[in-house]
Design a protein around this ligand. Structure first.
Ligand code: PLP
Length: 417
């Protein structure tokens, strides 16, 4: 295990920041849906001499000498990812989710081409056509939204817009949507209008790998995912596609978008995929959903409105408008007692995006710590109590101690110091 003795000796300033962040992670409850705690094995793989190497190109075709071992390393990561997701082709060099998506667009589209994606304020991602993002500036995004009554994606509506707009690509996959995605229906619609199908499974990749959510990889043309969310690997991404698109995807990543891959991160990706292939990971993935449902049910029973009425995955969006609270106020109040959540828009939010009406809550990180349904119910009660007493510093202080005690019972597996 890295002891950080060199950091401690040679850069005490940095070391003290590390200590502070470890303490925060250990003593506070992480309910941000996109975060997780990696294993020590994943952490160790990142802190290796693989970081010293330049390996532009692909296995057997590198632009630098000395890549014999890196070729083996990259092939290992690819083989494991293929097995995990039943993929025909995998590129493991994408540096993160957004650049991976940029490469996907570059591989399939010309600037100005039309793409159909989910509205950001309904749970989509910035890289799915938001006007401040490269995607919205380079491509002509048209958007579908959630049904205002059900809070779910209305596939008839998606079909109607697709027939009307005739996009060249349809994007499915979201940052704040709590229901199963009907991949086959997306594919049928895309086939009807002659569009490419692109799934962005950044959030749910771990659930898919664990066999508790449906896998779009065998169905869609191309699929991207981050590796650091439910998949519990290092920060990074991969792209999976049908063999017939392999060349154009690889070329879009290098030399299209990126230079050299981050080989130490590739190493950590391989370790994480190896972990996700183990039977224990299936148990983990199922527990994420059990926990998410327990939390959503308890919050509902305490009078909170969960968008779409519940959850099938690792997250939920809670509408605080009926409680007279803003997402920002709730995020701040919970931060004060050591719980991290992220403010979130709700479908057709009456408030502006900078001060939206909801919070997004997720269970992947808490589940990694070993928490189960009982703890989730306890957490729901703590959240409710904090939001009801947001101006009562005494109560907030008591709740903070309670959160701390709970966290100390379930140590973070990433803890090193
Ligand atoms: C998190 C996320 C991304 C972006 O990942 P980064 O690594 O932060 O760039 C892309 N798409 C979706 C759906 C996401 O949730």
């Amino acid at each position: 295990m890295p002891s950080y003795s060199y950091l401690q000796q040679f850069d005490p300033q940095l070391f003290s920041l590390l200590q502070k962040e470890e303490e925060r992670q250990n003593n506070e409850l992480e309910l941000i849906a996109s975060e997780n705690y990696v294993s020590r094995a994943v952490l160790e793989a990142m802190a290796t001499v693989f970081t010293n190497k330049y390996s532009e190109g692909y296995s057997g075709h590198r632009y630098y000498g000395g890549n014999q071992v890196i070729d083996e390393l990259e092939n290992l990561a690819i083989e494991r990812a293929k097995k995990l997701f039943s993929a025909e082709h995998v590129n493991v060099q994408a540096l993160s989710g957004s650049p991976a998506n940029a490469a996907v667009y570059m591989a399939f589209l010309e600037p100005g081409d039309k793409v159909l994606g989910l509205r950001l304020d309904h749970g989509g991602h910035l890289s799915h056509g938001h006007n401040v993002n490269f995607s919205g500036r380079l491509y002509n995004f048209v958007q579908y939204g959630l049904n205002p009554e059900t809070g779910r994606i209305d596939m008839d509506e998606v079909r109607k817009i697709a027939l009307q707009e005739k996009p060249k690509m349809i994007v499915a996959g979201f940052s704040a949507y709590s229901r199963e995605i009907e991949w086959e229906k997306f594919k049928e619609i895309a086939d009807e209008v002659g569009a490419f199908t692109f799934a962005d499974i950044a959030h749910i990749a771990g659930l898919i790998a664990g066999g508790v959510a449906k896998n779009p990889v065998p169905i869609f043309d191309v699929v991207s995912t981050t590796t650091h969310k439910t998949l519990r690997g290092p920060r990074g991404a991969i792209i999976m596609c049908k063999e017939k698109f392999a060349k154009q995807i690889d070329r879009a990543i290098f030399p299209g978008m990126q230079g050299g891959p981050h080989d130490h991160i590739t190493a950590a990706k391989a370790v994480a995929f190896g972990e996700a292939l183990k039977p224990e990971f299936k148990v983990y993935a199922q527990q994420i959903i059990n926990n998410s449902r327990a939390l959503a049910n308890k919050l509902s029973s305490l009078g909170y409105q969960v968008v779409s009425g519940g959850t099938d995955n690792h997250l939920m969006v809670v509408n605080l408008h009926p409680r007279g609270l803003s997402g920002k106020e709730a995020e701040q109040t919970l931060e004060n007692i050591g719980i991290s959540v992220s403010r979130s828009t709700i479908p057709n939010d009456p408030n502006p995006p900078l001060n939206p009406s909801g919070i997004r809550i997720g269970t992947p990180a808490a589940t990694t710590r070993g928490m189960k349904e009982n703890e989730m119910e306890q957490v729901a009660i703590i959240i409710d109590s904090a939001l009801n007493n947001k101006n009562n510093s005494e109560t907030l202080n008591t709740l903070k101690q309670e959160v701390r005690k709970l966290c100390q019972k379930f140590p973070s597996p990433s803890a090193t110091l």
